[in-house]
Design a protein around this ligand. Structure first.
Ligand code: ADP
Ligand code: MG
Ligand code: MG
Length: 907
């Protein structure tokens, strides 16, 4: 059988269906599905994603030839159902189509839709005649030239300039003293068409194509071309979407929302995408077409009365004014509203998830143009899953699998301090488009947002409106503020997807790109000034508003309880202080997987004692200095062991190269010289002697304990004494002493002997015993390879995947930033191996280490404590190799818990 490249749909039938997203893209698959479940969808066809791949391999001509007949058949199929003719010479109603891109997942970087394709100077007259509505015909035509010129022919605005088509529109509005594009007369629209054609000619040097077929192929190829544009490539990188997926192309008969006051277009959500509440909502515009709502050209109106009233209140608009000027769809077109409401319920029931829908009403009749599972904030993700579980729409496992672990992060982020908020100066209010508390310096251009961010600044991106070009800049900003656009504007939708705070449609602000400032009610805010945004209320504040920790609600707890129920691995935390340990315990951490002791040497005057130890030449001298540190360390360990009472606490012995502690400044060298009563030259000599060419591979880890056993003795004593003290107070401390950077079993054996000897001594002295374990980090490739030998001594392994990655790749962690981005751009690496565990290489060492270790020690407890412990895909890997736990920073604990449960469910 030959490959099928084109799938048709229409009139209650479809060749595709919802689960064919890989082939038809999300939009195409769901257009087919909506047909199949009896919803009104204009007829059309989908060109598969495979054709996109062929297009990139074989080029345009080959592909056009390959699918030419199928496309012709697809158009004929539409002509029949819609009773119209593409390129009609007057024998029938002219068929106009939209050309729409559509990958497996929706991608803002892709080609914008072209509407009303098929129009030209003859067809527009025919359309006017056959529809009896010249205004509508010419409005459609001017829109077509604008869109086609823009997205297919590449007419674009230079930086800081406005879109040249919009400039023409504004000029004409000014000359005619009108505000809305709905006020244009037929003659005005005819003028616009002529001017638009001139814009195309001057900007591209080409005439606007008049042949419908030429237009169609131009648009289809433009969709395929857009798959490889910088914008699309960037979006795929940010969201880990493979290039091989490709995009489908949907060609669909037009339905018209711009036929007059009984027509409209809009966007709707079956639940609230920002908060997750089960409230049908959305926006629409009367007498408008598609992108008008999203582009923020006019102020869109709310779909429901309830939503409309809430909106009016936020805007300070009276009920009378609202009802007369901005009525909801529910009021303006009750029948179409009732139909839409029924459709949204049907779709949610059908897909068992919140739907994000696009629709058009043509002369009172509802048409569905798109549906998909809606993007949502982290908070909405949690709430919807819990609600749908309660409503019996989904089961527990599905509720858990619906969680994008990384998004939980948003819920844990700081919110504005309530008291500080009361005092804050509100400069204006926009729409609460995407929740969060953002605070940063104002910038006006996306590329500059990136520059500022690279300099270490926090920025808030302020725009008239955003477009897909601004993606990069939005991604690095703390928050986004726009003057135009509603809850479904580009800025709002993209920000919610990114989990970024956004206030949109703050209509009082006037952005002046040239002067690089914005004014609002008489106040001028310049580039670089601080502002704060409250994405939950839409309020904009002057200056920095203080933030505080978020509190977690019942729904969050419900998800965490589900995670607990289904997980196999447990989650520990990396914590160096009792405060962090307690925080992590609140988030559900079951112990500490890594307590680094070196931080404890830096605090206050401890560093003096540490330096004294490093600088002294004799064992006695070092012992004296270490004895000063001992009580301080013991105190720290008591605190952490107490915070994790009853749970294991893995404490790592001193790890970094000693030179990190040496006094390098002349002033501190002088200070140490005086304190120790030795000449400053001696100090300098010693510091020089400690210099290493390659400290990461130098005198560090257990190598310190081997050369200075007294350090291990002191640390072991501090830990065991701390545990005994707690035990005497009736607590249940469970220390696990971890020897770092072991490469041979003998290193571990010798260190373990010291630890055990000291422990026995302390038990004698204190007259009490505690359970403790001795284990090691596996972070040198040799340790993974000889894990069977090491496990004969070690009671536990903790994979230190930061160092293991460094040493397996031979990439210095501190220098990799110079070349890794290039490696990723050139496709040598998919992701940064320090962020996402390299399963093919480093992962195999990990797997091998676990297997070999358990071979000689069946009870061996195994975990991971590198940065990867909180990264979802790495957590899933850890589960697959049979680890007992992962350990990560406190704020990542919930993320890791959900990822671990998902791993267990998916297996
Ligand atoms: P995006 O992927 O950016 O959402 P779409 O392909 O969904 O782009 O098109 C954007 C808008 O264009 C739709 O929401 C719809 O309002 C309008 N549109 C697309 N196709 C048609 C059509 N056949 N008839 C009427 N409007 C359409
Ligand atoms: Mg679009
Ligand atoms: Mg759409």
């Amino acid at each position: 059988m030959s490959t099928k490249y084109v799938y048709t749909f229409g009139d209650g039938k479809a060749e595709g269906k919802a689960d064919m997203k890989n082939l038809l893209g999300g939009k195409g698959a769901n257009l087919a599905e909506m047909n199949l479940i009896g919803l009104p969808v204009p007829a059309g066809f989908t060109i598969t994603t495979e054709v996109c791949t062929l297009y990139n391999q074989k080029g345009k001509d080959a592909v056009v030839k390959l699918i030419e007949n199928d496309v012709k058949a697809g158009i004929a199929h539409m002509e029949k159902i819609m009773n119209a003719k593409f390129g009609s010479k007057g024998e029938a109603f002219p068929l106009m189509v939209s050309v729409r891109s559509g990958a497996r997942v929706s991608m803002p970087g892709m080609m914008d839709t072209v509407l009303n394709l098929g129009l030209n100077d003859d067809a527009v007259k025919l359309l006017a005649e056959k529809s009896g509505n010249a205004r509508f015909a010419w409005d459609s035509y001017r829109r077509f030239i604008q869109m086609y010129g823009d997205v297919v022919m590449g007419v674009a605005a230079a930086k800081g300039e406005h879109n040249p088509f919009e400039v023409e529109i504004d000029k004409l509005k000014e000359a005619k003293h009108i505000k809305q594009d709905t006020e244009f007369t037929v003659e005005d629209l005819q003028v616009l068409v002529e001017n638009f054609k001139k814009v195309v000619k001057t900007k591209t040097g080409k005439d606007f194509p008049t042949c419908p077929w030429e237009q169609l192929w131009g648009a289809i190829c433009a969709v395929f071309d857009s798959w490889m544009t910088e914008r699309a490539v960037l979006y795929r990188q940010l969201n880990q979407i493979p290039e091989e997926w490709g995009t489908a192309v949907n060609v669909q008969s037009m339905v018209y929302g711009n036929m007059g006051n009984n027509s409209a277009t809009g966007v709707a959500f079956s639940r609230d995408a920002a908060t997750g509440e089960d409230i049908f909502n959305g926006e629409y515009l009367i007498n408008a077409q598609g992108e008008d709502v999203v582009a923020g050209i006019r102020t869109p109106q709310e779909i429901t009365i309830e939503g409309s009233r809430r909106w009016a209140k936020l805007q300070g608009i009276s009920e009378e004014e609202r009802a007369s000027k901005y009525p909801s769809l529910e009021e303006a077109m009750p029948q179409a509203y009732a139909d839409l409401n029924a459709v949204q319920e049907k779709l949610e029931d059908h897909f068992h998830d919140m739907q994000d829908m696009e629709f058009t009403i043509q002369d009172g009749k509802l048409w569905m143009l798109q549906t998909r599972n809606g993007k949502r904030t982290g908070a909405a993700m949690v709430k919807m899953a819990v609600d749908m579980l309660k409503q019996g729409m989904i089961d527990e496992k599905t509720a858990l699998l619906r969680q994008e672990p990384a998004k939980l992060d948003e819920l844990l982020h700081p919110v504005f301090n309530k008291e500080a908020l009361k005092k804050a100066h509100v400069i204006t209010k926009g729409l609460p488009a995407s929740p969060g508390a953002a605070c940063g310096r104002v910038v006006f251009f996306a590329d500059e947002a990136e520059e500022w961010k690279n300099r270490g600044e926090k920025v808030v991106l302020v725009r008239q409106e955003t477009s897909p070009e601004d993606l990069r800049g939005m991604n690095v900003s703390e928050g986004i503020l726009t003057a135009r656009g509603g809850m479904t504007s580009h800025a709002a939708v993209v920000a919610r997807g990114m989990g970024k705070c956004c206030v949109s449609g703050a209509g009082d602000i006037v952005v002046d790109y040239a002067k690089r400032n914005f004014s609002v009610n008489g106040t001028i805010i310049k580039e670089g000034d601080w502002i704060s945004l409250n994405g939950s209320t839409g309020e904009v504040y002057l200056g920095k508003v203080e933030t505080e920790d978020a509190t977690l609600d019942e729904d969050f707890t419900a998800i965490m309880n589900l995670a607990e129920k289904y997980t196999r691995m447990y989650v520990r935390t990396n914590a160096d202080t009792p405060k962090d340990a307690r925080k992590a315990r609140d988030f559900g951490a079951k112990g500490v997987g890594l307590c680094r002791t070196e931080h404890m040497f830096f605090e206050g005057h401890r560093i003096d004692a540490m330096r004294e130890m490093i600088l002294s030449d004799t064992v006695e001298g070092r012992r004296d200095a270490l004895n000063k540190i001992l009580p301080m360390q013991r105190g720290d360990f008591e605190g952490i062991l107490e915070a994790m009472n009853g749970l294991g606490v893995t404490i790592r012995l001193l790890d970094p190269p000693l030179h990190e502690f040496t006094p390098n400044e002349p002033a501190s060298q002088q200070y140490m010289a005086q304190k120790l009563g030795i000449p400053v030259e001696r100090i300098k000599e010693k510091v020089d002697a400690l210099h290493e060419f390659n400290p990461m591979l130098g005198h560090r880890g257990c190598r310190l304990g081997v050369t200075y056993p007294e350090i291990t003795e002191m640390q072991a004593r501090a830990i065991i004494e701390a545990a005994c003290n707690l035990k005497l107070r009736g607590l249940d401390p469970r220390p696990e002493i971890m020897v770092p950077l072991v490469g041979t079993v003998k290193e571990l054996k010798q260190q373990a002997e010291i630890i055990n000897r000291v422990a026995a001594m302390v038990f004698e002295e204190k007259g009490v015993k505690v359970d403790y374990k001795v284990g090691t980090m596996i972070e040198i490739p040799r340790a993974a390879i000889t894990a069977d030998q090491i496990a004969e001594v070690a009671e536990f392994f903790s994979f230190g995947t930061n160092d293991l990655t460094q040493m397996t790749f031979g990439y210095s962690r501190d220098d990799a930033g110079k070349f890794l981005p290039e490696y990723i751009r050139k496709g040598i690496l998919k992701t940064d191996p320090f962020a996402v565990l390299d399963q093919e290489g480093v992962g195999r060492l990990v797997e091998m280490g676990v297997k070999l270790g358990r071979k000689t020690n069946a009870d061996l407890k195994v975990g991971i404590c590198g940065e990867h412990g909180g990264e979802p895909s790495s957590v899933i890997f850890c589960d697959s190799v049979g680890m007992n736990y992962v350990s990560c920073s406190p704020f990542r604990v919930p993320i890791a818990r959900v990822a671990a449960a998902q791993a267990a469910i998916e297996e």
